[in-house]
Design a protein around this ligand. Structure first.
Ligand code: IPD
Ligand code: CA
Ligand code: CA
Length: 289
């Protein structure tokens, strides 16, 4: 898994993930004080990419190439880079680009290291770090090591495992794709979930949604149509904090569907989402509520 033939410990990858997420996070926070304009769009004309998304991923790749030249890179804003070490870095240079563009403080840099495969259905998450732009907090985790939250200027503090609430007291996060037809279906599912939970939040950063479930600022989260870089780091952070992060029926979370909740909440949420039509989203869209 490593260029010198040995195994890379999650702790080693964790240190790199933390330092890169922080450096690039501080860079994008500084860049936010200047002009932020849309450089291009992606999945639809409401899915923006700023010049800073591109510059931030460029900096992440430059640092990784210097530190770990044999690792692969899967980043949102660049071509996939193959590697020989068995480790792939999964990068979202700005998660929450729409917030970033509008001057809303809820955005993040997400850096994860996975091994074995770069496919979320069979990769092993080794380490991850998420830097929160608005607060300067750094969330991080290493496989089997636990999850941490670090305030600016502070030391990493372990995220304490806490029990989840019953469904009707659950503050539930979710998100929507940038494709109008899919949003209509996602909106219909969310409408069916709304009367069953405490409330719903659409905060605009999947990476932070998962860190918030880990830290207890949200009780649970689900979303359809994610990309691997949206959830790679956040999923490990949540898992290491005692949160179940899964797809349907115990499958690993993947781009079709991911949900996260503490064990006490998980089954009821899984059942409610299934009943709300969340299993059959694009295949058989049932839009009538
Ligand atoms: C988006 C955010 C958002 C989620 C979207 C993602 P981006 O990532 O994570 O919360 O709902 O599905 O695409 O485009 O800001 O990197
Ligand atoms: Ca993203
Ligand atoms: Ca992004």
């Amino acid at each position: 898994m490593r260029h010198d033939g040995g195994m890379t410990e999650p702790s080693e990858l964790l240190e790199i993930a933390r330092s890169l997420a922080r450096e690039v996070g501080e860079m994008i926070v500084r860049a936010r004080t200047g002009d932020v304009t849309v450089a291009t769009t992606k999945s639809s004309d409401i899915d923006p990419v700023t010049a800073i998304d591109i510059a931030a991923e460029g900096l992440l790749r430059e640092r990784l190439f210097a530190l770990r030249p044999d690792d692969a890179v899967l980043g949102e804003e660049g071509a996939d880079t193959a590697g020989t070490s068995g480790v792939t870095w999964v990068l979202d240079p700005i998660d929450g680009t729409v917030n970033y563009l509008y001057g809303l403080p809820h955005y993040a840099v997400s850096v994860a290291a996975v091994s074995g495969s770069s496919d979320p259905r069979d990769w092993t998450m080794e380490a991850g770090a998420v830097f929160e732009g608005g607060t300067g907090r750094l969330y991080s985790a290493g496989r089997g090591l636990g999850a941490w939250i670090q305030e600016p200027g502070g030391e990493p503090a372990r995220i304490v495992r806490r029990p989840g609430p019953i469904l009707s007291r659950t503050l539930l996060g979710t998100g929507f794709q940038y494709i109008a037809e899919r949003r209509a279906i996602q909106g219909a599912v969310a409408a069916r979930m709304l009367p069953q939970v405490r409330d719903i939040r659409r905060l605009g950063s999947c990476a932070l949604d998962l860190c918030y479930v880990a830290a207890g600022n949200l009780d649970a989260y689900y979303e359809h149509g994610l990309n691997p870089w949206d959830f790679a780091a956040g999923a490990l952070i949540a898992r290491e904090a005692g949160v179940r992060v899964e797809g349907w029926d115990g499958a690993p979370p993947d781009p079709s569907f991911a949900m996260a909740a503490r064990p006490e909440t998980f089954e009821a949420l899984h059942e409610a989402l299934s009943g709300a039509g969340a299993r059959t989203m694009w295949a058989t869209p049932k839009i009538g509520v």
